[in-house]
Write a protein that binds this ligand. Structure first.
Ligand code: FUL
Ligand code: CA
Length: 631
């Protein structure tokens, strides 16, 4: 019985796809017998779920858990549940702010790598019922899902496969635990629009007291085909992030919120194994990390920077997940919210007016001369209708828009009818200015769900031409829009300044070291670095100084060799007798090599410091792009 049900659910997905094809065909029939049929799909096409998901464009990520109270990015797994005690958790306030900013949903870290579950799970004792919050009766997942329902946002969940708490992690026993967690999250909290399987997996951890390194030997350990089947059964509409070929969406490739361009929603492209997998760009509104950190408000991204992130993610055909961490109270910081609202307003202004809407259009060629595929379909404001030439025309065809009067714009938005696959490989945009065609964008490649092409300067014209220079099959263009890039809106409170921790650093002019490249670590230049096979950097501060912590910036050149991810920090008065004042790991610097701030339990005084890299992401040795002491 169970099996039959499962098959029916899966079939439903392909049935939906077929239904859509039938509808398209019926539509062309209704247009008269002479009407040509729609082009056949090109390569892999998205599922209905993937299309719906792409049209959400952006949503929030919320990192909130045990790490919020320890200042860490990756908890070790031995954290005391009693640490979790938000004084003023407010899902309503948080979700309302997301809604106001124009976000379409949110994804919550129900369990991060530390293994602490933020809902009353039966799968492990390491969960929220052991915390003092709401007398052990709290459920963060439930409160978020309820608030999302209230404000009409979609709700999703992040459930780290890597579990540094669980004694069975890395063994078969853990897979049952993990499956149970998925079942609970996907049955008790209403519709889940997306579930995230993080790629950070295996390494050292607490593991029920074993305190050892557990390697899983690749993602096969999790048996994702089985997990995916389970999810499709429980929630067929849920988008699966990660899980390789089995999922629906993959990582955008950086934690800085951009995807590479050209941007294809396809894996194994042009092979029999081609599959539609969209990209999701992830980043955090703050340069401080994914979880909340003391003093992070000075590191919030400006609305203009967030706009750039949007242009380089959504504007390249991907989705954007933007993290807003909750603080120890259990609410977003006001500086984050101010930046979010200002950016939300900038985005609204960008999209507020499409100067091409309703304009007349002509094309080099129309499929079967049919009104159904005519040029005017790109300005009708309907993303389902599209212009398209004959099947054989895959290069050098164009479409021209004629506006009623000369109009100024500096962003061109293009969309493909992705139900028929992603096709366009290369395009050019021109404007008719002073009696001649002028190229205003000559580096266009992919389109997909949408591209936002920000021109080098505003253009004033009443005629715009899009030429498809190359495509995998005849292009199917559903929309061309002409927009204005918004002016920067300052956030309402506070002035965001990137890396403003710098004002707090000790002066370095008296610093010396016997090591050759040492100075690169305090020259204020992020691109130069100290690196050594010796692992130890000794600095003579030139005089006795008092300081309360240090900052370490990993190498910024994507070279993981000798990139220090574990450290010991020592101080000395004479350069011979040393005292350790801090040690630990710099978590997640492979994916997100941001400034790491380490505060000591109390301020210290010293003449010498010694920074030792005790492990590197790859190879041996140690390095630092910048090392600074905090007042
Ligand atoms: C990464 C994790 O390791 C980070 O801590 C964070 O959750 C980010 C969104 O994904 O892979
Ligand atoms: Ca259209």
């Amino acid at each position: 019985m169970m099996k039959i049900k499962l098959m029916m659910k899966i079939d439903l997905r392909s049935f939906c796809r077929r239904l859509c094809a039938i509808a398209t065909a019926a539509c062309s029939l209704a247009n008269g017998a002479s009407s040509p049929s729609a082009p056949a799909p090109c390569g892999a096409v998205p599922t209905e779920q993937q299309i719906r998901w792409l049209r959400m464009e952006w949503y929030a990520f919320v990192h909130f858990g045990i790490n919020t109270y320890t200042g860490k990015e990756w908890g070790y797994g031995n954290e005391d549940p009693s640490l979790f005690s938000p004084s003023d958790f407010d899902a309503d306030l948080t979700v309302k702010a997301f809604k106001q900013a124009g976000m379409k949903g949110m994804i919550y870290t129900a369990k991060h790598h530390d293994g602490f579950c933020l809902w009353p799970t039966k799968s492990t004792k390491h969960n929220i019922t052991k915390s003092p919050w709401r007398h052990g009766k709290g459920d963060v997942v439930a409160e978020f899902s309820k608030a999302c329902k209230k404000y009409g946002l979609q709700f999703g969940t992040y459930l780290s496969p890597w579990d540094r708490n669980n004694a069975d992690y890395g063994k078969p026993g853990y897979l049952k635990v993990y499956e149970k967690q998925i079942r609970e999250l996907l049955t008790h909290y209403g519709p889940i629009f997306e579930i995230w399987f993080d790629g950070a997996n295996g390494g050292d951890g607490y593991y029920g007291g074993a305190k050892e390194v557990r390697k899983i030997g690749g993602e096969n350990y999790y048996n994702f085909p089985r997990i995916v089947k389970l999810i499709r059964t429980l929630q067929p509409d849920c988008i699966i992030w990660g899980a390789g070929r089995n999922g629906d969406v993959q990582w955008g490739g950086s934690e800085r919120g951009f995807v590479k361009y050209p941007c294809w929603n396809l894996i194994n492209m042009d092979s029999p194994r081609e599959k539609w997998i969209s990209l999701e760009a992830d980043t955090t509104i703050n340069h401080a990390g994914w979880f909340w950190h003391e003093g992070q408000s000075s590191k919030v991204k400006s609305p203009g920077q967030l706009m750039k992130v949007y242009m380089e993610s959504v504007g390249r055909g991907a989705n954007l997940i933007l993290n807003v961490a909750l603080n120890q109270k259990g609410q977003p910081d006001s500086a984050d919210l101010a930046a979010l609202q200002a950016f939300g307003e900038m985005r609204r202004r960008l999209l507020a007016k499409d100067y091409a809407l309703g304009a007349s259009a002509t094309a080099s060629e129309v499929r079967g001369n049919s009104e159904q595929f005519s040029a005017a379909k790109v300005t009708d404001g309907n993303i389902e209708t599209y212009w398209c030439p004959e099947d054989k025309t895959t290069r050098n065809c164009w479409i021209e828009i004629k506006l009623n009067e000369p109009t100024t714009f500096d962003v061109v938005r293009l969309r493909e009818q992705i139900r028929l696959g992603q096709r366009v490989k290369k395009f050019r945009i021109e404007a008719f200015v002073n009696g001649a065609w002028q190229c205003i964008d000559d580096s266009g490649e992919t389109i997909g769900n949408q591209v936002l092409r920000h021109l080098s300067q505003p253009v004033t014209t009443d005629r715009v031409r899009l030429t498809i220079l190359d495509a995998r099959a005849c292009p199917c263009i559903s929309e061309i829009s002409l927009l204005r890039y918004p002016d920067e809106i300052p956030p309402e409170t506070g002035t965001p300044a990137v890396n403003s921790g710098e004002g707090n650093y000790l002066p370095t002019d008296k610093w010396t070291s016997t090591m050759k490249t040492a100075k690169n670590a305090w020259d204020g230049d992020e691109s130069t670095y100290w690196q050594s096979t010796k692992n130890k950097l000794v600095i003579d501060l030139g005089e006795k100084c008092q300081f309360s912590g240090f900052c370490y910036l990993p190498k910024q050149n994507n070279d993981y060799n000798s990139m220090t991810d574990r450290y010991v920090f020592e101080i000395s008065m004479d350069g011979t007798k040393w005292k350790e004042v801090a040690s630990g790991e710099f978590s997640n610097i492979r994916a997100n090599p941001i400034l790491q701030t380490i505060a000591f339990p109390q301020p210290v005084r010293a003449r010498f410091i010694r920074f030792t890299g005790t492990s590197a992401l790859e190879g041996s040795g140690a390095s630092a792009a910048e090392l600074n002491l905090i007042h």
